[in-house]
Structures are given as structure tokens and as C-alpha cells.
Write a protein that binds this ligand. Structure first.
Ligand SMILES: [Zn+2]
Length: 508
């Protein structure tokens, strides 16, 4: 009995540690949410200090000698073998996080937090004035720090990573390397460019049927209804507006998403709500028993993105969805819109400068551009100050267009200002996972998709929750995708899906 009680205490101590660590992280998240949604411009210096101190506290907590001893205690053979499967998975997540965090000296991490908090602010200014020079010194510092961090990860965590950039990718997508991803890119790039060119040989589809003045307050009502239909709980989450849409999960009971609305183009806000709603459903759908554990997060950034892209593209840009929406649009706007015409208008493929406005077919090309630039930046083939020119060149060779200014080119995305190098591949992985998952969903439960046109989406959310969401971080991406679809990631599903779908949009 003495022994059992001691073991119980050991697990309780770990749970107590996890809760305190998560509370620190979630409080930091709330400050960052406020920075993007409500904070006045000049609050940045104080906010930068606040975020830094909390992040440093969390870092010190996770890397302290006592934490190391706790991990050793949990992994003691006799103790570990008696844990249940969920507990074992949580310990594995803990070990991964501990090793990753332990890889950096506190001082380097502190520099990272300071540089990126300021970096985000500089990026916003630079984008507003469309002047890369304003962001350049910040970005140079960030790239330098992230390279050092990549080296640290290579030395102590991802010892088989060939480069610091490889290690960077692993942070976001465990099991993925630059080489594997480059292989995927090589298989996709030419077929995609050729497919887009095939589409552009046909007369362009009209976008105007769904582009009209639609008051923002009514758009918000519509987005709210769509989120409710998706099964998003407003008792456990909220929707606000920000320049760059994002989702923040602070446990399964407080999940916040933001949208960016456009009065003359409701599709922007609608698809942002569905995209972020997909992320939010993942966070709300993690099994309650994982809520206050370190495994309360998505399997990887790529898997997380597959859930947002499922709702945005697979469902939100499907003909079934527009059958559901057209009658509601008439109620809100008085306009009669043919569902098929609306479906086609929502699926126009054209070369565009901005990633987040890109259609499904050209979107992967935007990611390939960033991946190739990041790789060159980290190998030393490209210097930070050369980025704008390199960006414009690649944009021209992949999509045949050249950005007129930095704001619609190299400055368009927030990611680099947050130090997220190696993150962009997740977006393309998300598209690939989403196509593969949807293929399985439609094949294994054909009835589910028939309900989509009636707005009957809860069974779809339930399928995703049972197969993906509930596990949180318990499964690694490859294990999860094999469990759900019966095979490892296969890029062919995306190409197949494009071929089938866009034949209904263009006369291919
Ligand atoms: Zn996303």
C-alpha cells in the first residue's frame, strides 16, 4: 500500500507540474492574443517585457534540474511499465518537449523571445509602409538566432538532421526532413504548374456573382452560423477580428479564433472563419482527459493545418456547401444565387500575389516558393537583404507575376517575424493530409457527405473528432495518418482531388 501510494504521488506531482506549466503558457498566449486583437500600438514595449518574462519562466520551469529528475522518475522501468497507454503517451510527449526546450541555453531563448516580439511589431510597420528596410535589421537578427537554435537542436535532439533547417522542420512536423519534403515538392511542382496552365487555357470563370457589398455586421452573423453548424462551441470559444487571422487554444474550454473581413468580398471572411474554425474544432475536440496534460495540442502543425483546410477547402469550397449556403445568402442579402455558379466563383484559379488569398491549385506554389527561399537562406546561398529580389524572381517563374511592392511580396506573411522558419512546409503538408483524409472519409462513410448540402455537418465533425481530434498529441503524424487512412502520406490524393473537382469548375 505504501508503495502504491508513493507511485500515485509521483504521477500526481507530474500532473501538478503540467498544470502549472500549461497555465503559464496559456497566460502568455492570452497576452499575445490581446496584442493582435485589442492592444493599442504603443503598448508594445511593455507587452514585449511581459511576454518575455512569462516565456522565460515557463522555459526555466521546463528545463530545471528538478524537471529532469521528474522525467527520470517517470521513466523508471518499474514505474513506467505500470502506466496505462494514455499515461505512457503523455510521458513521451513530455520527454520530447523537455529535450527540445533543454536544447537551448536560457540566454539564447531570451534573445529569441525579445527579437521576435519586437520583430512582429517592426514587420507590421514595414508592411504598412511597404518598406522591407524597416524590417531588415530585425529579420537579420532573427535568422541569426534561429540558425543558432537549429544547431542546438541538431546537437542534442534531432541528431540525424543534416542541417539546422532540417531541425527547424522537425520542430513543426516530427519525422519530416527538408530532403523528404523536397522530394514531395519535386513530385508536385511540375504537375501543378502544368495543371494551372491547362486551366488558364480556358475562359476565366466569373467571380462577380459572389462579390458584392455585404455589411460586416451581417457577415459576422453568417460566419457565426457557419461556425455553429460546424459544431464550434461559443460557450468554449469566441470569434474576433484581427489583421492576420489565427486561432489560440488555451485548453479545450477557451479556444479563440479571429477573422479578417472584407465588405465587398464576403468569401474572404467566410473562408477565414471556416479555416480557423477547423483549427478551433481540433482544439475543442481533444479528449477532456488530456486537457490539463502536456498532450493537449495537435499531432503536428501539418495535421493541424489539415483540419483547417478540410473545412475551408474540402467542405467550404464544395458544391454541396454552396447548395447549403445559397438559400441563406438570399435571406441575408436578398440576392438569388445559383449554387453551381457560386461554387464555380468560389473556385476560380488565377495567379495571385498573396498566399492567403490564393486558390487551392496555386496555393501549394506559394508554399514551394517560401520553402526554397528558407532553404537557401539557411544554407547561406541567400542573404536576408537579397530576399525581396529573390522572392520576386521566384514568384515570376512559378506564377508568372511580379509583386509591385514589398507589402504584396516578401512582407505579406507574419511567420518570419515570429522566427517560424520550417513552418511553411506544414501548410502544404496540410493540403496533402486533408486530401488523403477526405478521400478516406468519403469512401468509408459515403452517407456523411450527402448531409453536407443540408448543413448537416455534425456527423462530419464527429468523424474527425473520433479519428483525429481526440488523440491530441498522443500520436505522431505518420502513425496517425496511417491509422486513419491505412497508408503513409501520399501526394497523389491531392492531384486526384484537383483533377476531379476542377473538371466541374472549368471545361477540362
Ligand atoms: Zn491554418
Amino acid at each position: 500500500v505504501q508503495n502504491a501510494s508513493a507511485k500515485h504521488q509521483r504521477w500526481e506531482a507530474f500532473q501538478d507540474f503540467s498544470r502549472r506549466y500549461l497555465d503559464l503558457q496559456r497566460a502568455t498566449g492570452l497576452l499575445e492574443w490581446d496584442q493582435q486583437v485589442f492592444m493599442p500600438n504603443e503598448g508594445i514595449e511593455g507587452r514585449s517585457r511581459q511576454v518575455t518574462i512569462l516565456a522565460v519562466m515557463a522555459h526555466e520551469m521546463l528545463t530545471s534540474p528538478q524537471t529532469g529528475e521528474m522525467l527520470e522518475g517517470l521513466k523508471e522501468r518499474e514505474f513506467f511499465d505500470n502506466l496505462d497507454e494514455v499515461q505512457k503517451d503523455i510521458v513521451a510527449v513530455f520527454e520530447r518537449k523537455y529535450r527540445m526546450e533543454k536544447a537551448f541555453p536560457t540566454e539564447l531563448y531570451q534573445k529569441f523571445v525579445q527579437a521576435t516580439t519586437l520583430g512582429q511589431h517592426r514587420w507590421e510597420q514595414a508592411k504598412k509602409e511597404s518598406d522591407f528596410a524597416i524590417f531588415l535589421p530585425s529579420l537579420e537578427k532573427i535568422v541569426d538566432i534561429v540558425k543558432q537554435m537549429g544547431q542546438c537542436l541538431q546537437e542534442s535532439v534531432f541528431t540525424d538532421a543534416a542541417t539546422p533547417y532540417d531541425a527547424g522542420i522537425q520542430v513543426f512536423e516530427p519525422g519530416m526532413t527538408a530532403e523528404k519534403f523536397a522530394h514531395i515538392v519535386e513530385n508536385l511542382k511540375n504537375p501543378l504548374v502544368a495543371f494551372a496552365e491547362e486551366i488558364w487555357q480556358h475562359p476565366q470563370v466569373e467571380e462577380t456573382p459572389i462579390a458584392f457589398d455585404f455589411p460586416l455586421s451581417k457577415q459576422l452573423q453568417m460566419n457565426r452560423l457557419v461556425l455553429e453548424k460546424m459544431g464550434f462551441s461559443f460557450e468554449r470559444g469566441r470569434m474576433d477580428q484581427s489583421t492576420h487571422p489565427f486561432t489560440l487554444g488555451m485548453g479545450i474550454h477557451d479556444v479563440r479564433l479571429t477573422v479578417r473581413l472584407d465588405a465587398g468580398h464576403f468569401l474572404t471572411g467566410l473562408l477565414a472563419a471556416m479555416h480557423e474554425g477547423g483549427h478551433a474544432l481540433y482544439e475543442q475536440g481533444i479528449h477532456p482527459s488530456l486537457d490539463q496534460t502536456l498532450a493537449c495540442d495537435g499531432a503536428s502543425f501539418g495535421i493541424h493545418e489539415s483540419q483547417s483546410l478540410f473545412w475551408e477547402n474540402q467542405l467550404g469550397r464544395s458544391v454541396e456547401f454552396w447548395h447549403f449556403l445559397a438559400p441563406r445568402l438570399k435571406e441575408w442579402t436578398g440576392r438569388t444565387i445559383d449554387p453551381l455558379v457560386a461554387f464555380r466563383a468560389a473556385n476560380v484559379v488565377r495567379p495571385s500575389l498573396i498566399r492567403i488569398d490564393a486558390d487551392e491549385v496555386t496555393y501549394p506554389l506559394h508554399i514551394i516558393l517560401r520553402f526554397e527561399l528558407e532553404k537557401a537562406l539557411f544554407s547561406g546561398d541567400l542573404r536576408v537583404k537579397e530576399l525581396p529580389a529573390a522572392w520576386n524572381e521566384k514568384m515570376h517563374s512559378l506564377l508568372g507575376i511580379t509583386p509591385p511592392d514589398d507589402a504584396s511580396g516578401v512582407l505579406q506573411d507574419v511567420h518570419w517575424s515570429t522566427g517560424s522558419f520550417g513552418y511553411f512546409p506544414s501548410y502544404l503538408l496540410g493540403s496533402l493530409y486533408a486530401a488523403q483524409i477526405t478521400h478516406t472519409l468519403k469512401k468509408s462513410s459515403p452517407g456523411l457527405w450527402e448531409g453536407v448540402g443540408r448543413g448537416d455537418w455534425l456527423p462530419v465533425r464527429e468523424w474527425l473528432r473520433q479519428n483525429i481530434h481526440q488523440y491530441g498529441m498522443r500520436k505522431l503524424p505518420d502513425a496517425l495518418i496511417r491509422q486513419v487512412t491505412g497508408e503513409s502520406l501520399n501526394p497523389q490524393y491531392l492531384l486526384e482531388y484537383f483533377r476531379e473537382k476542377f473538371a466541374d469548375v472549368y471545361p477540362l
